[in-house]
Design a protein around this ligand. Sequence first.
Ligand code: GLA
Length: 518
Amino acid sequence: MKHALIKAAAFAPMLAGALLASTSPVLAKTAAKTAYDGVWLFDDTPPTPGVTMMEVTSKGGKIAGSVTTKWYGPIEMMNPHVEGGVLKFEARNLNDRDHLTRQWSVAIESGRAHLKGQIWESEVDSTGRPGTAKDAKARAFKFTALPPLGAPIPSKLAATPPMGWSSWNKFADHIDDKTVRAMADALVSSGLRDAGYIYINIDDGWQGERDAKGVLQPNAKFPDMKALTAYVHSKGLKIGIYSSQGPKTCAGYIGSYGHVKQDADTYADWGFDYLKYDLCSGEWFYADADTVKRSYYEMGKALQEAGKRTGRDIVFSLCEYGRFDVGSWGRDVGGVLWRTTGDITDDYPTMAKIGFDKNGNPAWAGPHGWNDPDMLEIGNGGMSADEYRTHMSLWAMSAAPLMMGHDLREMSPETLAMLTNRRVIAVDQDALGVQGKPVRKAGSLEVWAKPLSDGRVALALFNRGDSAAPLALTPADAGLASVDGVEDLWSGAKAGALPAGYQVPARGVVMVAVRGTK
Ligand code: GLA
């Protein structure tokens, strides 16, 4: 308990001002002064945030306390006071600017503590039984200090944006060894591997428990990780895994908190080539730029060392939803891609919001470091062909990682053709690595340009409106004085000059590469 309290103080500077004023709980050794004093144990609470214990003490009429959770460790009671026979306090909240704190309450009912509160999307309404100081010690959250930031550790991997498949968008955490192998098989038989999609990434949901030495084991759905990575490698593919720097991943599985180096070694020993590291519950502990950055650095460094030891390069994918201008420091912590947004979903408004407006600052993108507007939804069925074509075109123009997220066994010929269009993929994978950007906007129409290594310029005409609209491209859109060659990238049709105009379908796109003189 004492140990935990000292560590808690170390985290204090990053917490809200109000929290600083609160007093850490000290277990009352003398007789309880209020009905709330003591240790209360919660055995059967919902997994999120996973309340395990409440500690309350009162000294000289002043109440102090905390609620310990599996997701966030101890949540300190702010301004605890008794009102109408109920202990009321505020607690720091998450991801809600309108509610930086939430009101919580405790009522003692038949010798049990009835705790109610909210944190982010979780509701707490649970009853705890009295416990002892020994229980409190056993349930105390074990804090780990972050190491300081060392010299930058830029990676030499991913000269072009990574391409592959990830389990999350289609399967969420209903993923298993058999399905991963089936996806590897389908990646090869469909021709997607040969089109450039080489990563098979297991997202959240593979984790089991830690063994006595703290080594994380996969759950029963993944009986043999070494055999699985060997199988995927035997197909000429690479394989990725997922974790969080928090105690819990976003889907509530065990994260790497307190076990960062150990986990990096485990992934490397199993044979993984890629780690997506998702902030999730870590956002409680690492709530400012400095600590978020250090938490990524800690894993980035551990991965590079584990990779050196095992002779395997490990791609480090940062997922903290674009906070703290991540592109400006992503490379320094060993990252080669970093998410720029919250999660994509399989609908046009969300995809468009991300792809057009939240795809990251182009200044940070280039060989070995890419803005990641999240994985593809193409093939999942929630968008029309024009909308999915816009999705693919936007990601290609943005030099974004192309991580498919559908069931590769159930793909229509149209989906496959869209994902394997070699001209569009070439724009994404262009060696210059320049992230394209809008050069002109006219109502719901946007013209984007991306210079290519063969001297041409890729232009995309996007129609964000709900009805088809005409627009003409001009040489100036490509920074040229005149154009003498035009290739339609979706159809492959070639012409010697720009046409008088294009009819752009509703929520659709026209994508070309032009050649000319400056
Ligand atoms: C977060 C990430 C997603 C996915 C889930 C897994 O929401 O942003 O991409 O990895 O977690 O729980």
